[in-house]
Design a protein around this ligand. Structure first.
Ligand code: SAM
Length: 365
């Protein structure tokens, strides 16, 4: 089976490592590839059949897609691949021609092997790049081709609101992909614990990528701008047994973070402190790890305040941080100045796609 896995752009390597780690636990042959056909934010996993023995000693097939949906912290979707194809030149083609190519391709695919004809289905599509067609055009065209194919075997049903089966069609640049979306309409990064919605919350998948980059080893850990608590909550959910602190300046967000932690079942594991990160050493004497998405000044506060805020924060951080810090922000110049002026060394930099922007991510020591 071939699974197309989606995640945020810029963390494919970390998601690949997570998937390899999860699949190793199943004892099945597998191969995982980052950015198949050059598509960012995508991972391809080829996995052999996984069997388990039930309580009556019978061999049963384990659903690898369910296993990944339930266990992964970095993935957004788990899609069973039906087919992938590169459509050379589709970006410049007039809509009629581009859609005809997609329709002809899909109508030849044995979609009947993946669904029961009687199950109501819907097609959800995703399009990225320069094209003369829209994602709605793709949904309609693919839906029509699947319907006509399934009509050969019975009476297919479409249900756009409550489908039993979701086909996912993607056109990213010239690469077209069709699969069965086993995740459903809500992406895995939308965690069920989120009862308080911070206006600038971090995707949980990216929070986990930052935690991976920090490599916390059980020592004290802080998110000094914790907002709704995404990073400390995700760390606690990973079973971290060291001290976890979340600091936040605004009471409203701190209460929201506590509500989220309660809903995640980890409130007891996190010390939430109402306070100002530019006075960090007043709240913690020493931490080994600090991981945060800093205020960008786009959604929160005034942008002109950012250089001063970052400079005061990193000065304080230099008094308490023992091992490693991981920070994410759009404000490249301000953060690099604040980090280097306060004696931190940038060990790693990468760009991660978040909220439609490519955001700078730093590992410092
Ligand atoms: N990671 C968080 C989440 O997922 O909800 C969002 C963090 S948001 C980008 C930055 C947070 O920093 C905001 O909640 C803001 O109120 C807080 N903040 C701004 N200035 C602060 C300061 N001086 N000290 C502590 N927190 C501050």
């Amino acid at each position: 089976m071939r699974l197309l896995l989606t995640t945020s752009q810029g963390i494919e390597d970390l998601a690949k490592a997570e998937v390899e780690n999860l699949l190793s636990g199943l004892g099945v042959p597998f191969r995982v590839e980052e950015k198949p056909l050059g598509v960012e934010g995508r991972i391809l996993a080829e996995v052999g059949e996984a069997l388990y023995t039930d309580e009556k000693g019978r061999k049963r097939e384990l659903s690898v897609s369910t296993y990944l949906n339930e266990r992964s912290r970095l993935l957004h979707r788990v899609i069973v691949e039906i087919a992938s194809e590169r459509f050379e030149g589709i970006g410049e083609e007039e809509p009629d021609l581009a859609l005809r190519r997609i329709e002809e391709f899909v109508s030849e695919l044995p979609v009947e092997r993946y669904v029961k004809v009687s199950e109501p289905f819907a097609v959800r599509s995703f399009r990225k790049g320069e094209h003369k067609i829209t994602s709605l055009d793709i949904s309609k065209t693919v839906g029509k081709a699947i319907f006509e194919r399934l009509e050969r075997f019975g009476k297919p049903k479409v249900n756009l609101d409550h489908p039993a089966v979701i086909f996912r069609a993607e056109l990213v640049g010239e690469v077209f992909f069709l699969g069965i979306d086993t995740t459903g309409d809500s992406s895995l990064h939308k965690r069920p614990w989120r009862v308080y919605d911070h206006p600038a919350h971090l995707k949980a998948s990216i929070a986990n990528a930052l935690i991976e980059l920090a490599k916390p080893d059980g020592g004290p850990f802080i998110d000094p701008f914790c907002g709704s608590g995404t990073i400390p909550i995700e760390l606690a959910l990973r079973g971290y047994d060291g001290r976890i602190v979340g600091l936040e300046k605004y009471r409203k967000h701190l209460i929201g973070a506590k509500m989220n932690a309660l809903s995640a079942g980890v409130l007891e594991r996190i010390e939430f402190i109402l306070g100002d990160a530019t006075k960090l050493s007043e709240y913690v004497e020493r931490v080994d790890f600090a991981v945060s998405n800093l205020p960008y000044g786009l959604k929160i506060g005034r942008k002109s305040m950012i250089p001063g805020l970052y400079s005061a924060f990193f000065q304080e951080l230099s008094k308490v941080l023992e091992k490693r810090g991981v920070f994410i922000t759009t404000e490249k110049r301000a953060i690099e100045k604040a980090m280097t002026e306060n004696g931190f060394e940038i060990k790693h930099h990468r760009l991660i796609g978040h909220g439609g922007l490519m955001v700078h991510t730093y590992v410092i020591e």
